[in-house]
Every structure is written in C-alpha cells, then in structure tokens.
Write a protein that binds this ligand. Sequence first.
Ligand SMILES: [Zn+2]
Ligand SMILES: [Zn+2]
Length: 307
Amino acid sequence: MGPGKTRRTFMKDCSTTAAALTTLAAVAPAAGAGPGTSYICVTCNSQFTESARPPENCPICDDERQYVPPEGQKWTTLEALRSSHRNVIKEEEPGLFSITPEPKAGIGQRAFLIRTPEGNVLWDCVAPLDDPTIARIKELGGVAEIAISHPHYYTTMVDWSRAFGGAPIHIHELERKWVMRPDPAVRFRSGQSLELRGGLKLVTTGGHFDGYQVLHWPGGAEGRGALMAGDQPQICMDPKQVSFMYSYPNYIPLNAPAIRRVMECLDPLAFDRVYGAFFIRGRGIVPDRGKEVVRHSADRYIKAISG
Ligand SMILES: [Zn+2]
Ligand SMILES: [Zn+2]
C-alpha cells in the first residue's frame, strides 16, 4: 500500500470521525460557553458547528499532519479568545496588511488583508476576532472576499465573513471534509484557478493538502508580483530557502511528483516576493528573487529525496 492509498484511507476515516461529532464528550465547558456554542480547538483553532457541549475530538488535530498535545484535547470559544488575545494589524507594503494574534493563537499563523480598488481580500484567517480588529479593517475598506490556503487556517472564517457582510469564503472542494463549521458563505470551487477581484488569483497546487491553494497578487512587490504562500512553499529560517512538507509538525515530506506538480502550478505566475504564514521563520518573507528561491529550493529538495 503506497502513501497515497494510506492517505486516502486515513482521510476517509477522518470523515467518519467528523460525522460522529454529534457524540458529545464529558469535557468541562470553556469560558464563554453556553447552549449553541461554536467551540474552538485550542491546538489548531478550528471552529466547529454550534453544539451544547464540546465535540468529542478535533479531526484536524487527529490527522497525521497535526497533533493532539500530550495533555489532551482542549476547547475554547471566540468569546474567551477576545479577552486573552488581540490582533496586531501592520502594513507590510502598500496595499498589504498582516493580521497577527498576540499572544500566539492556535498554530501561530497570521492572516493578510490585500487592498484593491475593487474591494479587499482577506487571505488566510486567524481565530481571534474582536471589535478593534473589525473597526480597523473597516477603516481599511472592509473585506469583500475571503480565501484560505488550507484547512489549518479555516479557524473562525464564518465569524469573519459575518463581521463583513457575509463575504464569500473561497475554498477548494477537495477540502470539503475538513470544514468543521459549514456555512452558506463557504463557496467550494473546483478546477485549477479562480480569479478574484483586483487581479488576484487563487491557484491550486496540491501538496500539503490535496486542494491546497496559493494566492497570486500581481500588484505586490511594487508591481513585480507577490506569492501569498501560506504554508507552502514554507519560508525557512534562512529566507533564501523555502520548503514543502506534507506535515510540518511531524516532519512528513512530500514525494518528488508532488513537488513537481507544485512547481508546474507556480511556474506560470510572475512573482518576486513571497509572504508566508509565519512571522518567526525568516520573518515570513522572501523579499525579492522569490521565484528563483522557490525554484532552487524545489530542485534541491527533489535531489535530496531521490535515491
Ligand atoms: Zn484541532
Ligand atoms: Zn498547514
């Protein structure tokens, strides 16, 4: 049985687990919990459909790409996060703002707001969402569309959509099974790419997740183009290097065909700069020569895993 088959079998098991979420666990309610609470997994910050008590488990963390910490599954709520976290909104370059929770929330990623004359796009998502965040983003023009690279960052996307007039959330249909809080705002897309407003484009690359998508921002990097990469390619401690993994926390690599496919999908895109999900690694940016960095890193990776 090859790794692909193992993965498919595993995904099927996860779907079964998701379907069994109505089985309720005997877990002490988190702060702010009550009837009809949308619980949030502390480890990955995935938010679940409203329930009277916390779900039994988190399929995102049970997946071999993530983990349940040794102390066990824990739950929180958006209300609790509002008192423990705040979001730092910072201009990264003209037209681009990063949104970073402090202290670290869930996996520790940041989100981005890209401003365009036709409306703003929220790229990726973070769980904390409070009134100061909403007010600041409204000052910047609000959110017209939301796009999220992969299930690790779905978090409280439904609350973000509702805070900004029901903005549509663009997710690849291959990730349907990982949406823990289904909502009419979620627009599953198919195929290789989707044009968003302002010349932005979602491109499916696969790899870290089957429906993994990056966002191409042609106006980024003073018009040289920016790749909003999320987790893949992952910017390394040395920002002249990127990497590609099936699981980052569990160090599960991708195979050569998967890397080649990612590169085939990225090759047609013009970009000089890469923005990653994590500020800590290489400060989360390949400032220039990004396409060369990605190409060189992919070649080296394939060489390293080829016997
Ligand atoms: Zn989780
Ligand atoms: Zn991820």
